[in-house]
Design a binder for this molecule. Sequence first.
Ligand code: C5P
Length: 232
Amino acid sequence: MERKKYVIFTAAGSGTRMKASEPKQFLLLEGLPVLHRSIFAFVDACPDVNVVTVLPKEHLARWEELCLKYPLNVPQRIVHGGITRFHSVKNALAKVPDGAIVAVHDGVRPLVSAELICRMFEQMKHSRALIPVLPLTDTLKSLERSASGELKPTGEPDPDRSRIFGAQTPQMFLSEELKAAYSLPFDTSFTDDASVASRYGIPLSYIEGERNNIKITTPEDMPLASYFLNLR
Ligand code: C5P
């Protein structure tokens, strides 16, 4: 029997790097909240997907307001966020049954294409974990910050750019396996789901990500996202 599909939208960050009056997932991108655009990307690509949305407890009322003003018409389970992204995903996984395919997607990546989402769900029929990655274009330097904030070489060789890739979301897993992986104790190196799954011993498969699938993080990302959206 085919596995049910679930998607967890992580949207419980406070967005301090954005320096905006409200969390970046709620900012309007070409007339719709960023998080709406991320949710629509999935639901349009895959209408039978089950949606779990993780939000900061203190912003639930604002989300309800936004959902009234900009109707989603999509059933969603709302989960309270945790102290880190790891804790937020762990809370959300409690709402996902075993035996499903679960995608975890940053609520602040509204530009992911339907094509990538569909291709990944299809490939998950034969994979245990699927991670979109892109080669990095910048040259990499191994540096650390001194106590005074100055950047200094670590003394280690600079990483070889040809062997380093940037990981994006959505990342997809078999739900019972990702839930088991999230029983690991928290580690600060767990900045995405692939890092948790890999530590638990789940073999990862990779797929080419998308340049436009940016994570809205700093103020200049909003005009960039508008530009990409208008190219469609
Ligand atoms: O902080 P970072 O940019 O890695 O956040 C990636 C995603 O994880 C964002 O969509 C953010 O809202 C979410 N997040 C979360 N819970 C936290 C911290 C971040 O859901 N405690």
